[in-house]
Design a protein around this ligand. Structure first.
Ligand code: ADP
Length: 185
């Protein structure tokens, strides 16, 4: 049973690592980015509202995300744990999550912060070729990360479950480092 939160800039490898660990620990991988992209593709009301923000590299407004997370963490497949990837992305989302977990009588075991230098991120994102991965959007996503998401790191450093992991290593190297931390948590 593991409840994990992945933090880190766009392109840090959160999604890739979360998928591997989700399989290994048999816990659902909850990626707000994936949920939003599926909604955009299916042209649901959420997708229609979220699309322009995503295309511009801005965060989707909290009111579109918070209910979605609340619903998702109440589903029965999350009883054995979960990996949150891409949420929380600002301090108000982190505060909302803290309250929600308290309500559900749950606590996160570990907050994993994947660290990768900006210049490596830009290179990785440019080679990834997702729709929102053009240079202008990438720069904006990094700005938004520094402005809104970096403060989430201090939010968690106060509660003692935050662990930093070097994300500028081979895929396998990062997985090994993450596993070592998670198994201790
Ligand atoms: P990346 O980490 O590579 O930027 P994600 O798949 O996590 O990619 O997110 C893609 C986009 O989806 C973000 O740029 C943002 O517009 C939106 N998004 C994802 N998660 C959130 C969130 N928790 N709050 C607001 N917007 C989000």
């Amino acid at each position: 049973m593991k409840r994990l939160i992945f933090l880190g800039p766009p392109g840090a490898g959160k999604g890739t690592q979360a998928l591997i660990l989700s399989d290994l620990y048999q816990i659902p991988h909850i990626s707000t980015g994936d949920i939003l992209r599926a909604a955009v593709k299916a042209e649901t009301p959420l997708g229609i509202k979220a699309r322009s923000y995503m295309d511009q590299g801005e965060l989707v407004p909290d009111d579109l995300i918070l209910d979605l997370i609340k619903e998702r963490l109440r589903q029965s497949d999350t009883r054995g744990g979960w990996i949150l990837d891409g949420f929380p992305r600002n301090v108000s989302q982190a505060a909302f999550l803290a309250e929600l977990l308290q309500e559900l009588h749950l606590a996160a075991d570990c907050v994993l912060n994947l660290e990768v230098p900006d210049e490596v991120l830009v290179e990785r994102l440019l080679s990834r070729k997702r729709k929102d991965d053009n240079e202008t959007t990438i720069r904006r996503r990094l700005e938004v990360y520094h402005q809104d998401t970096v403060p989430v790191i201090s939010f968690y450093s106060d509660c003692g479950i935050l662990k930093a992991v070097n994300g500028n290593d081979s895929l396998e190297g990062v997985t090994t480092a993450l596993k070592a931390i998670i198994d201790q948590a």
